[in-house]
Design a binder for this molecule. Sequence first.
Ligand SMILES: [Zn+2]
Ligand SMILES: [Zn+2]
Length: 336
Amino acid sequence: MRPSFLPRLVNGPFDDPSLFIPFFYEKRAVIFDLGDIFSLSARDLLKIRHIFITHTHMDHFIGFDRLLRLVLGRDQDLQIYGPENFIKNVEGKLAGYSWNLVKNFTNQLTLHVTEVHDNYLLTKDYICQNGFIPASKAVKHPFKEPLHNERSFSVFTRILDHSIPCLGFTLKERFHVNIMKDAVAGLGLEIGPWLTEFKQALFNHQNPDSEFEVKYGEEQHKKTYVLGDLAKQIALISPGQKVSYIADVVYSESNMEKIVELVKDSDHLFIEASFLEKDKDIAEKKCHLTARQAGLIAGMAKVKQMTPFHFSPRYQGQGHILEKEAMDAYYDTLNQ
Ligand SMILES: [Zn+2]
Ligand SMILES: [Zn+2]
């Protein structure tokens, strides 16, 4: 089944991180981290609707200004998620500029900023025309996974440790339903609007033992089926794509457990691999992973594809060594 989006790192592995995920059939995109995003075209940046920030170390958030500059004066709703203290960081960024002229803008730009805590979320909205001064205090609401949920995909998160809270993310595409037209004809039915309802019933996880009425043909013939039986006869159901992004975490048991659980069986895992194993003391001090540790996690989680990134500049020219260390550990763990 053809996936509906294709993730790509915006830069090479030594540059500030961002994972851009454009959708094929819609003019929209999701982005994980806003590092150096200058190489993304304005056209691509304007597709972004949802932004997920792991943490606000400068290398992961410096691109916020670039994106804001571009959407200023446009009709846009941006959903931005980040870890504890994220609201304060966003407000700090917004406070860095003068906004006296924006009240004349006719277009409406709104930032919906959400901060992720253990058991709750804090959300605050900022409207450009109001000079980004929020109308009210942050709204607190209970946090239940997924962090973000909509028709075609969901985003899940875990709060990880990087000496500060740092979020790991997984984007899960909804499963696909393909209708086998020959099988429909074989049942004596005709293709029609009922198939949209049928697919919707499956997407809504309607009870497979429930009845489903098919109305077809010009004369609106009616036939009743058990939903699950009909699905077995006429539908091919294939899982959606799962893409995960882990940046900046210390190698600890608690982090490992949470990451493996979150990214388990991902089709593609992007994972930081800042240091070589021979420098694991430095990695530990800076609360980063070594390439070997990254590979180990990917192998334990049985991901189908791994891309290590966020290499420390000290290894310039040795990217292939980091890559090999990560891949060796990944395949070794996978084949154990
Ligand atoms: Zn960091
Ligand atoms: Zn970093």
